[in-house]
Design a protein around this ligand. Structure first.
Ligand code: PHE
Length: 447
């Protein structure tokens, strides 16, 4: 579509793509995964994956999106040189968007609840057991989570209906740097706590003997989740990038800022968790119990706590917008539905799934699938399988199906910018990335 809106400025696209990448994945999910997968062992694998698989995949998605100017389903169909079946990668992405949004909105609901508690200074002076209890009670409640999830999904849909440039750009530009600033302050505080050394050693010191197939796949899933890859979100955003923008520097900027925020979150959370006696494998509690306790020990804790959870909600929102945009753009472009209708239908479906996801966390809830709560299953199926398989098929598509000259042309903005790295990048996309992702996927089945 030639009359499609473009992101207004270079900073606009970086801000929007970084807004998509930076979210609960960095501050909530990254520490959970690092904690459950051995800390330092996970961390080192994670960094390698971001560099050798995340970055090339991000470039691939930008190229596919901008070249075709379409939603993921339409993009794969348009660039497949007439061969059929590739649209299925786009459909997988649309499916992933629904599943991720469902559990993502559940976690965003807890974040909104934390905003509410911060406003009334609820956490002040509470001990660990009480905050833990309160969090468990929240999971067991019915209406409170549904209300905050509903608010979150409504806000997401609201921004989507308003359209891309006006909606997304405006919100992401100023707020992410503030979140970054607060994380730095939190790091400084965390590093002065008595458990700082133990926490840092756990998080950063690689123990290569702990690298197992499970660590590899979880790091891969987390990297794709955190960078918003493997389900078409960045293909969608790529379709809005102006032809003159430099894709490499954009992808670099997004990967670096996303990884930096995740690392900062780890440096904040692990020293604090070790100090307060919260196990690194504690999962959901890691962020939602540790952080309020940390704020309570700080000068100005009330304000930091409130601003932090508010910004986290907004960071989650700029991510969920990019998730919802995938099915909405599919419905409007492929099925000619109007934007408002498409948004309403998708938002309602997501809301229903989200209610099921949060209800599944009640003690003794029968809503279980594959031996875990529906919430955990949605998380696992979407990031461990859909995103990794989607990412694999995307690099295979770019390396083996799309014309090499199309890639080179798009990647160098029609030859107007010289890209010394274009050949190595192309070969990483064509050979290394698909091979590495396949090995990691297969390693699950070998004991
Ligand atoms: N990257 C987002 C986060 O870290 C989540 C996300 C995943 C967004 C996949 C879009 C696509 O919170």
């Amino acid at each position: 579509m030639s009359n499609k809106e473009n992101f207004g400025s270079k900073f606009g696209i970086i801000a929007a793509a970084a807004g998509s990448a930076i979210g609960l994945g960095n501050i909530y999910r990254f520490p959970c995964e690092a904690g459950a997968n051995g800390g330092g062992a996970f961390f080192i694998v994670y960094l390698a994956i971001v560099l050798f698989m995340g970055l090339p995949l991000m470039l691939s998605e930008f190229v596919i999106g901008r070249r075709s100017g379409k939603n993921p389903v339409g993009a794969f169909k348009a660039l497949a040189n007439g061969s059929k079946g590739w649209g299925v990668i786009g459909y997988l992405g649309v499916l992933a968007a629904f599943l991720i949004l469902a559990f993502y909105s559940t976690v965003a609901g807890w974040t909104i609840d934390a905003v509410g508690k911060s406003i009334i200074n609820y956490y002040h002076g509470l001990d660990k057991a009480t905050i833990q209890n309160d969090f468990q009670n929240l999971l067991n409640e019915t209406w409170q989570p549904i209300l905050s999830e509903g608010i979150f999904i409504f806000l997401t849909a609201f921004v989507i209906v308003k359209g891309v440039t006006k909606g997304i750009e405006k919100y992401s530009k100023i707020l992410m740097p503030i979140l970054f600033g607060i994380l730095i302050v939190l790091c400084i505080k965390s590093l002065t706590l008595p458990g700082a050394k133990d926490g840092l050693v756990f998080f950063l010191k690689p123990d290569f003997s702990k690298i197992t197939g499970k660590v590899l796949i979880n790091a891969l899933g987390q990297a794709f989740f955190s960078l918003s890859l493997g389900m078409g979100a960045l293909i969608t955003y790529g379709s809005y990038i102006a032809k003159k923008d430099n894709l490499t520097s954009t992808a670099f900027a997004v990967c670096i800022s996303d990884t930096l925020i995740a690392v900062l979150a780890g440096i904040v959370i692990f020293p604090a968790a070790f100090t307060f006696g919260i196990r690194p494998e504690a999962g959901n509690e890691l962020a939602f119990v540790t952080l309020p306790m940390l704020f309570d020990q700080m000068v100005g804790g009330y304000f930091f706590c409130l601003i932090f959870f508010l910004l986290l909600t907004i960071a989650a929102l700029t991510s969920s917008i990019s998730l919802l945009e995938v099915p909405v753009l599919y419905l409007t472009e492929q099925l000619n539905m109007n934007r408002k209708k498409a948004t309403t239908y998708t938002a309602i479906t997501v809301f229903i799934l989200c209610v099921i996801s949060s209800e599944s966390l009640h003690d003794g809830s029968p809503l279980r699938l594959f031996g875990a709560s529906i919430f955990d299953t949605l998380d696992m199926v979407s990031s461990t399988f859909l995103l990794t398989i989607g990412g694999l098929l995307t690099v295979i598509f770019l390396g083996w199906k799309m014309k090499k000259s199309d890639f080179m042309d798009e990647y160098t903005n029609g030859g107007t910018i010289s890209m010394r790295l274009r050949k190595p990048i192309y070969y990483i996309i064509k050979f290394l990335a698909p091979l590495a992702i396949t090995v990691i996927l297969i390693s699950q089945f070998i004991k």
